[in-house]
Design a protein around this ligand. Structure first.
Ligand code: NOJ
Length: 563
């Protein structure tokens, strides 16, 4: 990397990297069965390299009955047959490394599949040596042991006929929670983790890691009137004592290797982040924070509240400054597409895709791109309930139905919120199967693949893909855009998200109009006329003559102020 080393924070390869998340089922199908696979990923590595990607994170590719598309693992050390073989994996890893990139895997150890041999043994009898590897309890008054609601709706307990007890599952009933209080469980997990690290992978994304500790006693939670179950967040998310588990796991595994870790740490606040990612502790390198994602769920009609978005990002930007590092993202496989949420896919598709990209990508942290985000993929359309695949959507359907909501309304809600929006196959070209498959894809293609696809944007620098490529190149060339301090500007502006990045006397300015209306601003607090334009998504003069701004709908500009 050119330029001066930063003076305020320690340098690490994973801080300078740009990461790309692959949902293997939907990325590239190499054998024509309608399902993405590992050889498909290998076949597309040149694309990722050309884009400027350094780290690839693949969502679970282990054997799984696919109740939750791979997040229900039945063998931690194998490969799902639909995705290929271990030899395919080894080749993928070698090819990633041959291109100077890194590969990280998804580590799902809050729970396993109910078809994992550990659970099969555990459920076989009360006296089985692995009984205590999961969380079993007697029922209470003829009902579940407590009233916790599963994150995927319904009770968090499942009754098991064989031994007449219930087991806990925070997610689907086919994802029983492992008992982290049992040292044998922890040792088995660490051994498995070291096995992958010894194979040469470059780290992990840690699924649902803030849930591994449950509050002792597993007591009831207050439920809303008329509801059988209640959200149990306080008792099963970021519970006191979890740091000891984290600490032990890091000591026994990751800290023995030069790898990167990013935790999915729902419920961890910036004030608690030091315990999780404070560099002096040597625990996790980064965590995904979900404050801004929560804003997805807000009432559609209410529109975008930019001040909340600024606060959500800002809390983390300033909150971990000096001791930790952020993981930057706006999309993943669990949330709808960002353009359909914060942008305007109909009138300002290109502008809003690139504006949102500029907004998050140049903050302090390691940026993640979710597959398809770089070509501006949008939410899809669902005609009927059969069009949904996700277990969470199906459970939500049952719950809404019980509440008396009619089908049309349920489809409307799920269409906006469903994770399936992000899981439609990658749109490679305008041909049949979108270049993803030669067969019928496992989940219907988004019908807009004929216009939104890689092939049509590949060599076009004015495309969304072209813009991402420029954004990546710019970030890599400028240490200030990696390590610089973040400072929010124009704090109360209701349309413009503006921030500075500051490092060793350098000053960069990112300006984004996150609205579909023009934004004229006078009397700006910085000397824009000394600036040089580094990137923009509309035609703009490279050297501003005056200190004024006339931003068009969803216009984004990046300036270096003191050349
Ligand atoms: C978080 C994952 O991102 C999500 O896809 C999954 O359903 C849950 N954890 C359960 O593993």
């Amino acid at each position: 990397m050119p330029g001066q080393p930063p003076t305020s924070v320690t340098r690490h390869w994973w801080k300078e990297a740009v990461a790309y998340q692959i949902y293997p089922r939907s990325f590239m199908d190499s054998n024509g069965d309608g399902i993405g696979d590992l050889n498909g990923i290998t076949a597309r590595l040149d694309y990722l390299q050309d884009l400027g990607i350094d780290v690839i994170w693949i969502c679970p590719m282990y054997p799984s009955p696919n109740d939750d598309n791979g997040y229900d693992i039945s063998d931690y050390q194998g490969i799902m047959a639909e995705f290929g073989t271990m030899a395919d994996f080894d080749r993928l890893l070698a090819e990633v490394h041959a291109r100077g990139m890194k590969l990280i895997l998804d580590l799902v150890v809050n729970h396993s599949s109910d078809e994992h041999p550990w659970f099969i043994e555990s459920r076989s009898s009360r006296g089985n040596p692995k009984r205590d590897w999961y969380i079993w309890r007697d029922g209470k008054n003829g009902a579940e042991p407590n009233n916790w609601e599963s994150i995927f709706k319904g009770s968090a307990w499942e009754y098991d006929q064989t031994t007449e007890q219930y087991y806990l599952h925070l997610f689907s009933r086919k994802q029983p929670d492992l008992n982290w209080e049992n040292p044998e469980v922890r040792d088995a997990i660490y051994e498995m983790v070291r096995w992958w690290l010894d194979k040469g992978i470059d780290g992990f994304r840690l699924d649902a890691i803030s849930h591994i500790k449950k509050e002792a006693g597993l007591s009831d939670v207050p439920a809303l009137e008329g509801q059988a179950y209640g959200a149990a967040w306080d008792k099963m998310m970021n519970v006191d004592g979890i740091i000891e588990h984290l600490d032990e796991m890091c000591r026994e595994t990751f800290n023995r290797y030069d790898v990167m870790t990013v935790g999915e740490a729902n419920g961890v606040s910036p004030a608690q982040a030091e315990d999780w990612i404070g560099e002096r502790h040597q625990r996790l390198d980064m965590i995904f924070a979900f404050d801004h994602v929560g804003l997805w769920a807000e009432d559609e009609a209410a529109g975008l509240d930019l001040s909340q978005i600024k606060q959500a990002f800002g809390r983390w930007q300033t909150g971990v400054e000096g001791f930790g590092w952020n993981a930057l993202f706006v999309e993943n496989h669990d949330v709808p597409r960002i353009i359909s949420k914060w942008g305007d896919a109909e009138h300002y598709w290109y502008q809003s895709a690139t504006a949102i990209a500029s907004l998050y990508f140049l903050m302090q942290g390691t940026p993640f791109i979710y597959q398809g985000q770089e070509i501006g993929m949008t939410n899809t359309t669902f005609g009927s309930l059969d069009d949904f695949n996700d277990v969470a959507a199906k459970n939500q359907y049952v719950q809404m139905k019980q509440q008396g909501v009619d089908d049309a309304e349920i489809i409307r809600t799920l269409s906006q919120t469903s994770r399936d929006n992000a899981r439609t196959p990658m749109q490679w070209d305008a041909g049949p199967g979108a270049g993803f498959t030669t067969d019928r894809s496992w989940l219907a293609l988004n019908p807009n693949f004929e216009t939104i696809n890689v092939a049509s944007q590949w060599r076009d620098s004015d495309s969304v893909l072209g813009f991402y490529r420029q954004l990546i190149r710019l970030r890599k060339a400028e240490p200030a855009l990696i390590y610089g301090r973040y400072r929010l500007e124009l704090e109360s502006d209701p349309q413009v998200y503006a921030y500075s990045r500051l490092l060793d006397g350098q000053h960069w300015l990112v300006l984004v109009n996150l609205s579909d209306r023009p934004a004229q601003r006078r009397q700006l607090p910085w000397p824009l006329h000394h600036g040089r334009l580094a990137l923009a998504n509309y035609p703009v003069e490279p050297h501003p003559a005056e200190d004024t701004l006339d931003l068009r709908p969803f216009e984004a500009r990046v300036y270096r102020l003191n050349d």
